[in-house]
Every structure is written in structure tokens, then in C-alpha cells.
Ligand binder design. Structure first.
Ligand SMILES: Cc1cc2nc3c(=O)[nH]c(=O)nc-3n(C[C@H](O)[C@H](O)[C@H](O)COP(=O)(O)OP(=O)(O)OC[C@H]3O[C@@H](n4cnc5c(N)ncnc54)[C@H](O)[C@@H]3O)c2cc1C
Length: 493
């Protein structure tokens, strides 16, 4: 039960609009999609964005070309609102950069007269609670409004009361540190001027920091591949540039991705390009590599590390840490959250995305039932909903907010339909699958190169005339799902 609070009526264009004021935290692609769905259903949200512009986190990696084409990057409700205002969508198969997503899609969306007045830029949410109730207090909890406290850049704090909260604040602001144990290594804090987290523009805006330098890239995901390839590009015009690419765990297959088997070809191509670079010997691959401490010297950084257990000291000019991100729950301290202890995603969602077990990269679409917390009216959506799991796609977030907003609007039937079919990826991602014995995994390791399948088991199933092994398709959902294979999952209310 959602509290019906606060309700505010006003005249708008001759129509009487009831304002329930759900709060949306974050004006990234998923937060703005939530706003579009709410507006479409006649519910006006208040959207808080820490940045001075929408899509502030995307702009921080704005130079990176994404691997999903426009067709997956535009939310359906947002598209309808935009097209009604005369906007033309970019070519469906184009691959935009982060900046282009903001410029061509998010900024026009945020500027629509129906949405613009609802966005509070430069407003960082610092706390969410139930009015008059701390986390321990249960009396009338579900009926109490939420209080959202936010701060502007000058340290001024304000708060609003809302009926529901959709947290779409992403994970970009919380990069993982260098330590393999999840902690910063000794000396990391003192060397931050020589360390970049995420995916710096090494061959563009930050070129002077990297040209002709010795650079250590740490990480095994697409951000690390992107950075290593950009450094290779830089090497062509700045020949002294040396690249050390460190994987914290052994095995490069996971990093090389599904290649030709990936239904997002740009993502597969990244892996193939990285493989070629390694074969050409243009960088030094270090795996498994564990940093123990770093020491900031006047003109370099001394790295004390182990390569496959053996001490391996290294001197570099800069370090790029691309070891993923983690969600920030600090401002949700007074809410009752249910989180998987490892993945930090809701318990019903975590098994679908846990990289320890999840093979073949594809995540079944899911909605409000999988995203629920024990705090009625509160939901985490978007990349933050995945906790520490790395494989989030915008399209997944759009389906999430369609379902969550339907629930807020009282349309429980629509909230429990799941309509999206996501592209498959051909990479088997669990460590035990891509380790020394590739046939040991649940899907039998990568598919033979010439076969259009996501894994060995998928290839065998297709050879036997079946549609596939099921690990990469619109899968049967655990828990409340009904196991339909037509992409629609009915979830008991
Ligand atoms: C390099 C890179 C490449 C990627 N490529 C793809 C791709 O090809 N396809 C794809 O689908 N996905 C891709 N992703 C994943 C992508 O990040 C997400 O799909 C998308 O950005 C998630 O959107 P979001 O709205 O959940 O979070 P974000 O985009 O992170 O937006 C969150 C917003 O919340 C704001 N915010 C944060 N904290 C607060 C706070 N306390 N108060 C107020 N506002 C706050 C931030 O400023 C930000 O604007 C990529 C990610 C990276 C880093």
C-alpha cells in the first residue's frame, strides 16, 4: 500500500491535475525515463539532480561511444513525449557517445514544458526517511510520507514530503578502489592526483597527462578495454606511451567478451580489438595482479604488487582504476532495505545478475516485484539497482521504471507484465567458467568460434534442434515468475 500523500491539486491547461509528487533521485537516463512515465500517467514528480545539467554522470564519460545502438537507449514514454513535441529520434542503429546521449536525447527531454518545471538541478539528495519515524519505528510506517532532504551547492538544506521515492542515482560517483579486498591500498588516498577512476579521456581532453607516460590500467571490464585501446591509439602519435594492463584475477577470456556471438556488435568488437592488441605485443598484460601498496614520489608512482603471487615492483606515471562501481546507500540509512549480502541488489534480482553464477551475460527483464524493498513506496532502479553487478543496460532500466511507475499509479496489472526482450551477449562471465578449465562452467564454456551461440551448451542445444540452452534468452524467472518463454513474465500479485 502506498500512502496517498501529499495530494495537491491545481489547474493546468484547463485540466485539474492531482499531484502526488513522487520524488525521483537522479536525472540520468533512467531517472528521466521515470519522470516521463509519471508525467504520461498524469503524476508530477520532483526530480533531484546533483549536477548542474541532466545526465551529469554520462557527461563525465561523455567521450566514450556506447555499445548499445539508439534503439535500445531511448525509453518508450520519453520518445512519445519528445515526438509529440516535434523531436526526431537519431538513426536507430547509430552508436552515440555519452555526451551525444545527453545532447540529443536527455537535454531535449528535460527541456519539455511538461518535465522542465519538475527538475531541481544542483540538488544533491543527502537523506531519505519516513516522516516522524526512524528506521526502528514501525507504527503506521507504510502510511507515513517520505521526507527527502537535499542540499544545494552552497550547503543550504531543504526537504520535501513525498508519497513515493524512486532512487535512480546510479553508481558512477562511487568507484571501487584498487584493493582486491575492496579497500583502498596503502598510499592510494595520497596519490589521487596520479590516479583516475572510471574511464578518463586519455587520448582527448586528458591527453597531456598520458602522452609519452607509463600507465597502469587496472580492471577487466569494458571500461578497462576502452581505456587500453585509447592508450594504444595515443601510442601511435606519442610513441613513448607504455601501457601495463593488470587483471586482478586470472583469465582474459571474460574480458575479451563474446566477440562475434555478442548481439551488441560494438561490445563484441571491443573484445576482439583488445585481443588483437595483445597478440601484437603492444602492451604488457599482467594477470593475476594484486597491488599491495602505492607510494607517491615527486615524479612517479611506485607500485608494490604481486604478479601470480611473486613480488612485482612497478614504476608508473599514472594509474587508471577501472574496477567497477558500487552503490551509495549512505543517504538511505533510515530506510528499511533488503539487499543481497554479496551483490547489494534486491534479493529477488541478485541471483539473476550475480557475476559469480550468472553465465552468458543476459539478464531477464524484471520489474517492481523483483525490485521491492520492505519499505512500501521506495524503489531503487537503474544501474544502482544492480548493486555491484556490472552488466546493466539502459533498456533494462526503462523496463524497470515502466513497471515501477505503473505500480505507483495503481495499475498493478501493467506493473506485473514484463515486455522487454534484451539483446544477448555471448560471454560466459563467471570466473569458474572462464578459468583454466573452460568446460567446467554451467554452460560448458565459450561456443565454438564459427557457431552462432552464446556458449557451448547453447551450441549443442541448437545443433540438436532446440532454440538454445535457455541461459541467454528471455529466461524463466525464479521465484514468482510463471516460466513463459515469450518474453512476458506474469508475477503473482
Ligand atoms: C563507460 C560506460 C559505458 C557504458 N555503455 C553502455 C551502453 O553501451 N549501453 C547501456 O545501456 N549502458 C551503458 N553503460 C551503463 C550506463 O551507465 C547506464 O546504462 C546508464 O548511465 C544508467 O543510467 P542511470 O540513470 O541508472 O544512472 P546514471 O546515468 O549514473 O545517472 C544517475 C544520475 O543521478 C545523479 N545523482 C547521483 N547521486 C545523486 C544524489 N545523491 N542526488 C541527486 N542526484 C544524484 C547523477 O548526477 C546522475 O545524473 C555504460 C556505462 C559506462 C560507465
Amino acid at each position: 500500500m502506498l500512502c496517498r500523500f501529499p495530494v495537491r491539486d491545481r489547474q493546468k491547461g484547463g485540466r485539474r491535475i492531482t499531484l502526488f509528487l513522487p520524488a525521483v533521485i537522479g536525472a540520468g537516463p533512467v531517472g528521466l525515463a521515470a519522470a516521463a512515465h509519471l508525467i504520461t500517467r498524469g503524476i508530477e514528480p520532483i526530480v533531484f539532480e546533483r549536477g548542474e545539467t541532466v545526465g551529469a554522470s554520462l557527461l563525465e564519460w561523455g567521450h566514450v561511444q556506447v555499445f548499445s545502438p539508439w534503439t535500445y537507449n531511448i525509453d518508450a514514454a520519453a520518445r512519445s513525449l519528445l515526438e509529440a513535441a516535434g523531436w526526431s529520434a537519431p538513426a536507430a542503429d547509430g552508436l552515440p557517445t555519452g555526451s551525444e546521449i545527453v545532447r540529443s536525447y536527455l537535454a531535449p527531454l528535460a527541456a519539455l514544458p511538461a518535465i522542465a518545471p519538475n527538475i531541481r538541478l544542483g540538488s544533491t539528495v543527502i537523506a531519505v526517511t519516513r516522516e516522524g519515524l526512524d528506521k526502528l519505528s514501525s507504527t503506521n510506517r507504510a502510511g507515513a510520507p517520505f521526507v527527502v532532504r537535499f542540499a544545494d551547492g552552497n550547503g543550504n538544506e531543504e526537504q520535501v514530503r513525498v508519497r513515493a521515492v524512486i532512487d535512480a542515482s546510479g553508481t558512477w560517483t562511487q568507484p571501487n578502489p584498487i584493493g582486491i579486498d575492496g579497500l583502498p591500498v596503502a598510499g592510494e588516498a595520497a596519490a589521487t592526483d596520479r590516479i583516475a577512476y572510471g574511464i578518463p579521456d586519455v587520448s582527448g581532453a586528458r591527453r597531456k597527462d598520458y602522452a609519452g607516460k607509463r600507465v597502469l590500467v587496472i580492471g577487466g571490464g569494458h571500461s578497462a578495454i576502452n581505456t587500453a585501446l585509447a592508450l594504444m591509439e595515443l601510442q601511435e602519435t606519442a610513441p613513448g606511451t607504455e601501457v601495463f594492463w593488470a587483471l586482478r584475477r586470472k583469465g582474459v577470456e571474460r574480458l575479451l567478451g563474446g566477440g562475434l556471438n555478442d548481439q551488441l556488435p560494438a561490445r563484441g568488437a571491443l573484445g576482439l580489438a583488445a585481443r588483437q592488441t595483445m597478440n601484437e605485443g603492444r602492451l604488457t598484460m599482467l594477470a593475476p595482479f594484486t597491488v599491495e601498496r602505492i607510494s607517491r614520489q615527486p615524479d612517479h608512482v611506485a607500485v608494490a604488487a604481486r604478479l601470480d603471487g611473486t613480488p612485482f615492483p612497478l614504476t608508473v606515471d599514472r594509474i587508471v582504476v577501472a574496477t567497477g562501481f558500487r552503490p551509495d546507500f549512505s543517504f538511505l540509512r533510515e530506510l528499511r532495505l533488503a539487499l543481497d549480502p554479496a551483490v547489494e541488489a534486491p534479493p529477488a534480482l541478485a541471483p539473476l545478475i550475480d557475476p559469480n553464477f550468472h553465465s552468458c551475460g543476459t539478464v531477464p527483464p524484471h520489474g517492481v516485484a523483483e525490485l521491492a524493498h520492505p519499505e512500501p513506496g521506495f524503489t531503487i532502479v537503474g544501474s544502482k539497482s544492480y548493486g555491484r553487478a556490472p552488466t546493466f543496460l539502459m533498456a533494462t532500466g526503462y523496463e524497470q521504471v515502466r513497471s515501477v511507475v505503473a505500480e505507483i499509479a495503481g495499475d498493478h496489472k501493467a506493473a506485473r507484465e514484463v515486455r522487454l526482450v534484451l539483446p544477448e551477449t555471448g560471454v560466459c562471465s563467471a570466473d569458474h567458467i572462464v578459468g583454466s578449465d573452460p568446460s567446467a562452467g554451467c554452460c560448458g564454456g565459450p561456443a565454438p568460434a564459427a557457431i552462432d551461440a552464446c556458449c557451448a551448451a547453447d551450441a549443442s542445444a541448437k545443433a540438436a534442434g532446440r532454440s538454445g540452452c535457455g541461459c541467454g534468452g528471455p529466461a524463466k524467472m525464479p521465484g514468482p515468475g510463471n516460466g513463459r518463454t515469450d518474453g512476458i513474465v506474469e508475477i503473482a500479485g
